[in-house]
Structure formats: structure tokens, C-alpha cells
Design a binder for this molecule. Structure first.
Ligand code: PGA
Length: 248
């Protein structure tokens, strides 16, 4: 990995004000020349976004929202947060299409609308895709990825601000990761699908049970530009370890 490498920390519905104090070592690391190609982005729960943004103010570390509403600005949508609200806070990114939201009923069409709204507000989108275990067993991974990508990105001309996160659903939070060959083949499939849509080489990240042990192997997988880390990112020590082991 020679170019930019993404390290995404997805805190899901975890974290408290005091967890912000654990980030000092990571901030110091991010300032070292050795890690200049590391793009580090935190996705805390909405309630902590402002605190994370303040904490990272003088650093290169960015902050994003874990989801957003389809409506760009304001509206009567109890419990929701719009792309404009994220942008106004100082977020640069938003995660969309995460399997935990798809499972709760978010459709490819919903995700497409959200991506459009987020892009309209100049947010960069971490667009999650991935097959379930059932789909993998049925050997329909390619058609699932094809559908998710084509429906999710339908009608979007400029894909400059899209980052793909390939996250096999069966791998998220389970400790299971795909075999090297399988992962490489799926990344090739994703690139093939994308090549029909754009000439750009969108970053492709891997997510699903990435930790400070399996990273030494995962970093050697061809075609991957970084990692979306869930539970291991809640420990600064483990997240630092992941960055250090990737860039050594
Ligand atoms: P995990 O989560 O690293 O805990 O498997 C990844 C994710 O949900 O994006």
C-alpha cells in the first residue's frame, strides 16, 4: 500500500464523553510524517460529533456521521439528522448503506436518495456493500454487489466523493473474515462493476471484524485501500496498532 490508506473508526452506538480522552495518542501518531498517507476518519454517534470535531480541530483527523436522512436540509422527521446538519457541524463524511441499517429496512432506493442528498451537501460518502451468509452460500455474491452498486449509485454522474466499503455481512461483528482468495476475488468483482460506471478508481475499503491481529494479513490483500473498523476502533490502543501494522 503506497498511496492514501483509509482507517475508518465506526463507533456505532457506543462511546461517552470520557472516551474522547483516550484519543491523545492517536492524535500524536497522526502528526508523524510516517503516517502522512493515513486518512483517519472517526464516526462517533451523533451525540458526540461536536466533541470529536473540537478534539480533532488542529489535526488531520476527520469526523463523519454514521447515517443521515434523505432530506438534505430540514423537515419534520423526528429522530433524524440531515446532511446539512452534519455539514454545519463540520463533518466531512457520512456512512451510508451500512448493513445494520439495511437490516432495519433501508432499501437500495433509500440509500441512493441519501447518497444524492449527502453529495449535494458536499459530504463524502462511505458507501457500504456486502453479501449476507445466505447469499454467499447461494453463490450470488456478484449479483448482490452488482445490484447494490448499480441501484445505490443510480443516476449519480460524479462519483468523485464516493468511497466503497466492502463489508460481507457475515463478517461484521462475528470475528469471521473471508479467505484471502475470496476477498481478492470479490474486490475484483467490485472493480469490474465500477468500471462500467466510471473511469475513476474509487477507493475500496474492507470492513468486517478487522482487528490488530488479522490486520497483518489483511493489509497484503491486493486492491484494498484501507479498512472500516468497528469494535476494534473503540480501543485507541487497538486502532493505533492497526494503523502501525498497516504502515510499517
Ligand atoms: P466490526 O464492524 O469491525 O465490529 O466487525 C465493522 C462495521 O460494522 O463496519
Amino acid at each position: 500500500m503506497t498511496n492514501n490508506i483509509y482507517f475508518i473508526a465506526n463507533w456505532k452506538m457506543y462511546g461517552s464523553l470520557s472516551s474522547i480522552n483516550t484519543l491523545n495518542k492517536l492524535i500524536n501518531l497522526s502528526k508523524l510524517k510516517k503516517y502522512k498517507n493515513a486518512i483517519i476518519i472517526y464516526f462517533p454517534p451523533f451525540t458526540l460529533i461536536q466533541n470529536f470535531i473540537n478534539k480533532f480541530k488542529t489535526t488531520k483527523i476527520s469526523v463523519g456521521g454514521q447515517n443521515c436522512h434523505v432530506v438534505e436540509d430540514y423537515g419534520s422527521f423526528t429522530g433524524s439528522v440531515s446532511p446539512k446538519m452534519l455539514k454545519d457541524l463540520g463533518c466531512k463524511y457520512v456512512i451510508l448503506g451500512h448493513s445494520e441499517n439495511r437490516i432495519e429496512g433501508e432499501s437500495d432506493e433509500d440509500i441512493n436518495k441519501k447518497i444524492r442528498s449527502a453529495l449535494n451537501k458536499n459530504l463524502k460518502v462511505v458507501f457500504c456493500i456486502g453479501e449476507t451468509l445466505k447469499e454467499k452460500r447461494k453463490k450470488i455474491t456478484f449479483s448482490v454487489l452488482n445490484r447494490q452498486i448499480n441501484k445505490g449509485l443510480k443516476g449519480i454522474k460524479n462519483l468523485n466523493n464516493i468511497i466503497i466499503a466492502y463489508e460481507p455481512v457475515w463478517s461484521i461483528g462475528t470475528g469471521l473474515i473471508p479467505k484471502d482468495k475470496e476477498l481478492e476475488l470479490n474486490v475484483i468483482k467490485i472493480k469490474k462493476i465500477l468500471s462500467k460506471k466510471t473511469k475513476l478508481r474509487l477507493p475500496i475499503l474492507y470492513g468486517g471484524s478487522v482487528n490488530n491481529k488479522n490486520i497483518s494479513n489483511l493489509k497484503n490483500i491486493t486492491g484494498i485501500n484501507g479498512f472500516l473498523v468497528g469494535s476494534a476502533s473503540q480501543s485507541s490502543k487497538k486502532f493505533i496498532d492497526i494503523i502501525k501494522k498497516t504502515i510499517n
